[in-house]
Design a protein around this ligand. Structure first.
Ligand code: ATP
Ligand code: MG
Length: 645
């Protein structure tokens, strides 16, 4: 798979792009040679500052000390709203698409600004002050954007908890981040079902004695249990609120938000991002990675509960004055063509989603896609997991009709924004590779002893220089921040991901370092084996893990789920074993294949291999933190099935 297919840059895209092959080279070089000057220029270009900074950057990885633009003052909501009013006050900022395909709503920059000012005053009237932490537990309703921006307007720090999380998970996060205020809805709507939100808050609140108020957005028709003195209706509070609210002058390094990671590898970490550097990095990557132009309709399908929803649905796009689409529902409701119908309905130009969604829709067959037009699309994006070349090709050919470059963007909650990615007008694409570093990003590959590997290499992905969007700490536990990211390889930020660099310097994420399989001394990433499996026309998804093997050290255990309507058979098992041997080599010989209707995933759609590893090794007592699992019954089914084979 090293000799991957290459898709050259499309001349029409390159012609209009902000960055072409030549400018990428020049700017990248400059960002490395003169980072101080480079980032200062970008900060002046992308953001409006109330007061200029004194120092561009001040970093010492050994202490986990990361500071950008210190001394500078700015306000995020002012950058995302006020400064657009003169030129684009009447432009639509948010297109909100309801779970119900008959409903949508458009909100202009002027309207959004007004709502944000009002809600900022509501927060103040509840006693929320600069530096206080506000927990946001909301479904994908437009008010979520209002609440986020209102927090930034008064300097409150938000901590968004995914609206699908349980009361237990919510409670843990409220306590961990010391939130005294919660903003929630009565209910949510997803896939035609009503989801209890407020009831979870009530349950969580029983274990959160410091909670002062719960502001509730009315989103359904049901009655909810009410706690007088604590609960406040959003619409009632908004009615009397003034729409004048000056934007608080924030320090570039003042905290902006806390966000918990997906929990794929263990207990979620409360990542802390700050104001100036984060906003700059989100805005700049949004513009260049998606080649965003004025007037484009841009849609990122991520939930606001994940970092992608923060950086690429709200902050990056709004800072750039874009029209951003927000979708309340799921890709399969009412039918598996919903994404493509929304693209046609709102004439979406840029579409950004996750491999888990792409694979799920692919398993439903082409027809759901081909019966829609999708002619407005120009750029497609992917994030969250390695995208298997097979899924990439389907996305490119079937969804994009071979017209739209696919940007496979590698990054993390901790990185604030995209670090390794193609740029549509500059980077020839290789399906399955996140390609090349963004400006200012210096990936290095280390062996397990920490030696830097040059040229073609396979090892641990680290970053040597800081960038403005980098996380500053783990909330309340700076030592854990140092220990997790800066201890294993001194002088570097450790990503936890494995990577391969090919002969052209392209990066291929091979999976989590913890997931690497070692068969008779040969180290293999999970991504490549899984990609080989999904090449088979009947395979929808696959996850592979290592398990103890007497002779080989580790054997390869594959969990495979098949396309809709396909039956498992001995013949198919043999075909899959051969396919992987053919694609990767005889060493990659699958020992066990377990058929499964579904794979265990985090709420953000990532495969949780650590749980599968326990199942494969028959260590069923130590499944670890499962609070972020999307569907715990999937694990029960997998365990049951294992016992039977
Ligand atoms: P936790 O850190 O709690 O285990 P998590 O790592 O899943 O959770 P996120 O920050 O949401 O939480 O995910 C970042 C990870 O997702 C990356 O480290 C990487 O493993 C994976 N990832 C994201 N985008 C890509 C991509 N384009 N290609 C390959 N892997 C990706
Ligand atoms: Mg992680």
């Amino acid at each position: 798979m090293t000799n991957a297919k290459i898709y050259d840059v499309k001349p029409d895209i390159a012609h209009n792009a902000h960055i072409n092959q030549e400018t990428y080279q020049t700017l990248y070089q400059r960002s490395i040679d003169e980072p101080g000057a480079f980032w200062a220029e970008q900060a002046a270009l992308f953001l409006t500052w109330q007061k200029p900074w004194q120092t561009v950057m001040d970093c010492d990885y050994s202490q986990g000390h990361i500071r950008w633009f210190e001394g500078g003052k700015l306000n995020v909501s002012e950058n995302c709203l006020d400064r657009h009013l003169a030129d684009r006050g009447d432009q639509v900022a948010i297109i909100w698409e309801s779970d119900n395909p008959a409903h949508d709503k458009k909100i202009t920059y002027r309207e959004l600004h007004q709502q944000v000012c009002k809600f900022a005053n509501v927060l103040k009237s509840q006693g929320v002050k600069k530096g206080d932490c506000v927990c946001i537990y909301l479904p994908m309703i437009a008010e979520a954007a209002v609440v986020m921006l209102a927090c930034t307007r008064i300097g409150a720090v938000h901590s968004i908890v995914f609206g699908g999380f349980s009361a237990e998970a919510l409670k843990d996060r409220i306590l961990d981040s010391n939130c005294q205020y919660v903003v929630c809805a009565d209910v949510g709507h997803r896939g035609g079902k009503t989801i209890a939100i407020k009831a979870n808050v009530d349950q969580a609140a029983m274990a959160c004695p410091d909670l002062k108020s719960v502001i509730v957005i009315k989103n359904g028709t049901e009655n909810v249990v009410w706690h007088n003195g604590r609960d406040i209706w959003y619409h009632e509070a908004m009615q009397g609120a003034s729409d004048q609210c000056p934007a608080e002058a924030m320090d570039a390094e003042d905290p902006l938000f806390i966000l918990y990671t997906s929990g794929s590898t263990g207990k979620p970490k409360g990542i802390l991002h700050t104001t100036g550097g984060y906003l700059l990095y989100a805005a700049m990557t949004h513009k260049y990675v998606f080649d965003y132009h004025d007037g484009d309709i841009y849609w990122c399908t991520a939930d606001i509960g994940w970092i992608t929803g923060h950086s690429y649905m709200i902050y990056g796009p709004l800072c750039n004055g874009a029209t951003t689409v927000m979708f309340e529902g799921v890709p399969t409701y009412p039918e598996a063509d919903r994404f493509w119908r929304i693209i046609d309905k709102h004439q979406v130009n840029i579409f950004y989603t996750a491999p888990t969604a792409i694979r799920a829709l692919m398993a439903q067959g082409h027809e759901f896609v081909t019966r829609t037009e999708r002619s407005s699309l120009r750029i497609l994006g992917s994030v969250g997991e390695p995208i298997n070349p097979e899924a990439w090709e389907w996305y490119y050919h079937v969804v994009g009709d071979a017209r739209c470059p696919v940007v496979d963007t590698w990054w993390q909650t901790e990185t604030g924004g995209i670090l390794i990615t193609p740029l549509p007008g500059a980077t020839p694409l290789k399906p399955g590779s996140a390609t090349l570093p963004f400006f200012g990003i210096t990936p290095e590959i280390l062996d397990s002893q920490g030696n830097v590997l040059q040229g073609e290499a396979d090892g641990v992905l680290v970053l040597s220089c800081s960038w403005p969007g980098q996380a500053r700490s783990l909330y309340g536990d700076h030592q854990r921040f140092i220990d997790t990211y800066f201890k294993s390889y001194p002088g570097y930020y450790f990503t936890g991901d494995g990577v391969r660099r090919d002969e052209e310097g392209y990066y291929w994420i091979t999976g989590r370092v913890d997931d690497v399989i070692n068969v008779s001394g040969h180290r293999m990433g999970t991504a490549e084996i899984e990609s080989a499996l999904v090449l088979h026309q009947h395979v929808a998804e696959a996850a592979v893990v290592g398990y103890p093997h007497d002779i080989k050290g580790q054997g390869i255990y594959a969990f495979v789920s098949l396309n809709v309507g396909v039956q498992a058979s001995e013949e198919l098992r043999r075909e899959l074993i051969n396919l992987v041997r053919q694609e990767i080599g005889a060493i990659a010989s699958l020992d066990i294949i377990q058929w499964t209707p579904a794979l265990p995933k985090t709420r953000s759609g990532k495969i949780m291999r650590r749980i599968l590893r326990k199942v494969a090794s028959n260590e069923l007592d130590g499944l670890g933190d499962t609070s972020t699992l999307a569907d715990p019954t999937v694990v029960d089914a997998i365990i049951l099935h294992r016992a039977n084979q």
